[in-house]
Design a protein around this ligand. Structure first.
Ligand SMILES: C[S@@+](CC[C@H](N)C(=O)[O-])C[C@H]1O[C@@H](n2cnc3c(N)ncnc32)[C@H](O)[C@@H]1O
Length: 263
C-alpha cells in the first residue's frame, strides 16, 4: 500500500527532521570557525527533499539566502506548495529549490553547504563520494564550511526494527540488511497510519561510511581541516541533542555526529 505524497512527506518531517533547531546549529558552527557574524549567510542544502531546512534558514536572518538541490521533483513540489508559497514575499525571494544533481558542475556558491540525514551515504563508491566532495569544495566561498552528519555504533549494523509512536502514527526504522564485506546497507522507513501499514515509504541503499573515511576524503579534496561534533548524553543514556567539538568519541550502541569540513 502506498501513501499519498503529501502524507508521506508530512510523516517523514515529523519523524526525522527538526529543521528549526538544526539551522541554529549550522549558524553556530559557522561562527565557531569564522567568529561572530552579523551579516546574512548563504546556505546550500544538498539532497534537500522538501527544502524545509532552506525554509527555516531564510527565517533566521533578513539577509540569509538558501538554495536547495534535489533530483526528485516530488518532494520539491511538496516544499513549494507547503513551505515556500506560504512565506511572505520578502522571504520567498531569498530561497530557491533547484531540480539538479549535486554532482553538476555549476552548483551555486555559498558560505555553508550541508548534506544531512546521511544523504551522501547513497554514494557507495569512494571515487563517486570524492567527486561529490570535490564539487562541494569548489562551490564553497573562500571562508566556506561543509557540514555532514553521520551515524554508527554496534547497533547500526544489526537487523533490527526500531519503532517510535507519535500522536497519530507510528514510525518504523527497519535495518533490513547489512553486508560487512562492502558495508552496504539496505534500510527502510515504514509508517503505520490510520490503522494501515505503509511499508517501504522510504528506502535506502547506502554504504555505511566511517568518520575517519569521511575526514580523509575531505582532506584529499582540499579542506584545510575537518572537525567532529559529538552528541552529549541525556540522563536516560540517549543523546541530548547537544553537539560539541571533540577529538575522541565514545563507543556506544548507537551514535550520531557531525563532521565539518573547513575550506
Ligand atoms: C534521504 S533524502 C534526504 C532528504 C532531506 N535532506 C532530509 O534531511 O531528510 C535524500 C534525497 O536525495 C535526493 N537525491 C538523490 N541523489 C541525488 C543527487 N545525485 N543529486 C541531488 N539529489 C539527490 C533524493 O531525491 C532524496 O530526496
Amino acid at each position: 500500500m502506498k501513501l499519498d505524497a503529501a502524507t508521506k512527506y508530512n510523516l517523514y518531517i515529523q519523524s526525522v527532521q527538526s529543521a528549526d533547531t538544526d539551522v541554529l546549529f549550522y549558524k553556530k558552527v559557522y561562527q565557531d570557525f569564522r567568529g561572530k557574524i552579523k551579516k546574512g549567510l548563504t546556505l546550500r542544502e544538498d539532497f534537500c527533499g522538501t527544502g524545509i531546512i532552506s525554509t527555516e534558514w531564510v527565517k533566521l536572518h533578513p539577509r540569509n539566502i538558501a538554495i536547495g538541490i534535489d533530483l526528485d521533483p516530488e518532494p520539491l513540489f511538496f516544499g513549494h506548495e507547503n513551505f515556500i508559497s506560504k512565506l511572505p514575499s520578502e522571504r520567498k525571494n531569498r530561497i530557491q529549490l533547484l531540480r539538479k544533481n549535486v554532482l553538476d558542475k555549476n552548483i551555486p556558491q555559498t558560505d555553508i553547504a550541508i548534506a544531512v540525514n546521511f544523504s551522501y551515504f547513497l554514494f557507495r563508491e569512494r571515487e563517486l563520494l570524492k567527486k561529490y566532495f570535490q564539487n562541494v569544495y569548489r562551490s564553497l566561498k573562500t571562508n566556506g564550511i561543509y557540514i555532514v552528519d553521520i551515524f554508527g555504533g554496534t547497533q547500526c549494523t544489526d537487523s533490527i526494527v526500531d519503532k517510535t509512536k507519535h500522536k497519530n502514527f507510528t514510525y518504523y526504522w527497519d535495518q533490513k540488511n547489512f553486508d560487512p564485506v562492502t558495508n552496504y546497507a539496505d534500510f527502510a522507513i515504514h509508517f503505520r497510519y490510520k490503522n494501515k501499514m505503509y511499508k517501504d515509504a522510504f528506502t535506502y541503499d547506502w554504504r555505511l561510511w566511517s568518520i575517519p573515511e569521511i575526514r580523509e576524503i575531505m582532506s584529499e579534496v582540499g579542506f584545510k581541516q575537518s572537525q567532529v561534533y559529538w552528541e552529549g548524553t541525556a540522563r536516560d543514556g540517549g543523546g541530548n541533542g547537544v553537539f560539541t567539538r571533540v577529538s575522541k568519541g565514545e563507543a556506544c550502541l548507537s551514535w550520531i555526529a557531525y563532521i565539518v569540513g573547513v575550506k
